[in-house]
Design a protein around this ligand. Structure first.
Ligand code: NMX
Ligand code: MLT
Length: 389
């Protein structure tokens, strides 16, 4: 039997209706996730990359190699050149209802950027979007908070994170600590294998040759669900409603949530079977930067007791912390006190990984021919052949 015929999985009926869990559907060139060690970008464990410059990690996902110093500089110059957005996007954002979730604003913002995008090139559009995201993010937050758009203040040459921090200019914020936490957040959230819901959705939509922006909007909408990216918002809301780091009180709260059949946000994962290294890295950062922060203390207590409580429930395959346990508390600490914004940061970071994976599926895989339109098979259920007579 040749390599092409290697059996990866014997499919049985028990593989149906389980969200494709464990069913191989393709290859991924940007990252892989192991149950024990979590995500690796192009072979590097995430903990080795967490403190690298965000642009260098974007380069890694797009080029599959870390850049040399010269390549790093040239790539930052390239992103800086691409980092402008049509002022008409500001007008569109001004028409959106404040009641709408920021993820919906983000989707509409990305779709609008797509309408002004003249190029028909997956790579160029993906890089443009990566370069435009800090500006779009700052605009969304400023307009929603009644602080006015300040497109003219954009300095893309500062880099992705610093331009966002400067443009946002959040009153009272420490720009240095904000940049440090956002940079780590950004690197940790860029990619997570080929099969996470948002990435899979983006690639599926791209397989029908909808453009990069339409595919990315589909991915962002997938990310906006509370079982996926919006778990970071849900976790901080959860942490705030607990309000104390007293172990007995936290345990009572968690057990009541489980009794009410509500998920314990920030715990569990479809692939991981240990604590997500992305949670471990953020816990360490929190310990260094804000050990006395009230929310961080609650998060630490949750992390001490929840895995044991969830382990009592046999159906839960992974009782450990996931990426969303800590990120909201860190974002809150640096001044983002409204949890509804948190998933937009996840989405911002993920545009890099999803963009790189869409390029691979459209332009590289199958000797450059690309993956054909997605069309998995569904088995008919409860439908006998019938006739109208
Ligand atoms: N709290 C309560 N129930 C849970 C949890 C949890 N944290 N994790 C899993 N379960 C339940 C799950 O709902 C399922 O129940 P049922 O069979 O009645 O449908 C059962 O345990 C088995 O689930 P698993 O096979 O362990 O996990 P699955 O792959 O289905 O789901 C998550 C993975 C991440 C959706 C799930 O663990 C969860 O809902 N966690 C809480 C939400 C969360 O933090 N999501 C963020 C994930 C990371 N991200 O950013 O995307
Ligand atoms: C992610 O980062 O996308 C989440 O951990 C979910 C996943 O990998 O399934």
């Amino acid at each position: 039997m040749g390599d092409d015929d290697e059996i990866l999985l014997e499919l049985t009926k028990k593989h149906l209706n389980i969200g494709l869990r464990g069913v191989p559907v393709g290859t991924c060139r940007t990252s892989f996730v192991t149950p024990e060690q979590g995500v690796h970008y192009c072979g590097y464990p995430i903990k080795d990359l967490a403190e690298l410059r965000a642009e260098d990690v974007v380069y890694l996902l797009f080029h599959k190699e870390l850049p040399t110093l010269d390549q790093s500089e040239a790539f930052r110059r390239e992103l800086s050149k691409r980092g402008t957005i049509n002022p008409a996007v500001v007008d569109v954002l001004h028409t959106l209802p404040i009641e709408g979730h920021p993820m919906h604003w983000l989707s509409i913002g990305i779709q609008t950027l797509g309408m002004y995008c003249k190029e028909d090139d997956w790579r160029s559009n993906a890089l443009n979007l990566v370069a435009q995201m800090p500006i779009l993010m700052a605009l969304i937050m400023r307009i929603r908070e009644g602080r006015g758009a300040n497109l003219e203040a954009s300095q893309p040459e500062l880099g992705l994170i610093k331009n966002f921090v400067n443009l946002l200019n959040l009153p009272g914020a420490d720009h240095e600590i904000m940049s440090k936490i956002l940079s780590t957040f950004f690197v940790l959230h860029m990619d997570h294998g080929g099969g996470n819901l948002s990435t899979f959705t983006g690639k599926a939509v791209a397989s029908g040759h909808a453009g990069l922006h339409s595919s990315m909007v589909a991915a962002m909408n997938a990310l906006s669900g509370p079982l996926h990216g919006r778990a970071n918002q849900a976790t901080l809301e959860f942490v705030k409603s607990i309000g104390t780091d007293n172990k007995e009180d936290v345990e009572k709260f968690v057990r009541a949530e489980l009794m009410a059949k509500r998920p314990i946000f920030g715990f569990g994962h479809a692939v991981l079977r240990k604590e997500d290294p992305r949670a471990t890295i953020q816990l360490k950062l929190a310990k260094e930067l804000c050990p006395e922060d009230k929310n961080i203390k609650i998060v630490q207590t949750l992390n001490e007791i929840v895995p044991t409580i969830l382990s009592e429930i046999p159906k839960i395959t992974n009782p450990n912390a996931n990426v969303d346990l800590v990120s909201g508390s860190l974002l809150n600490y640096i001044g983002f006190t409204k949890p509804e914004y948190y998933t937009t940061f996840f989405g911002w970071a993920r545009t890099a990984g999803i963009g790189a994976q869409i390029i691979d599926e459209r332009m590289v895989l199958r000797e450059g021919k690309g993956v054909p339109i997605y069309r998995p098979k569904y088995i008919a259920e409860g439908q006998k052949l019938r006739r109208l007579d």
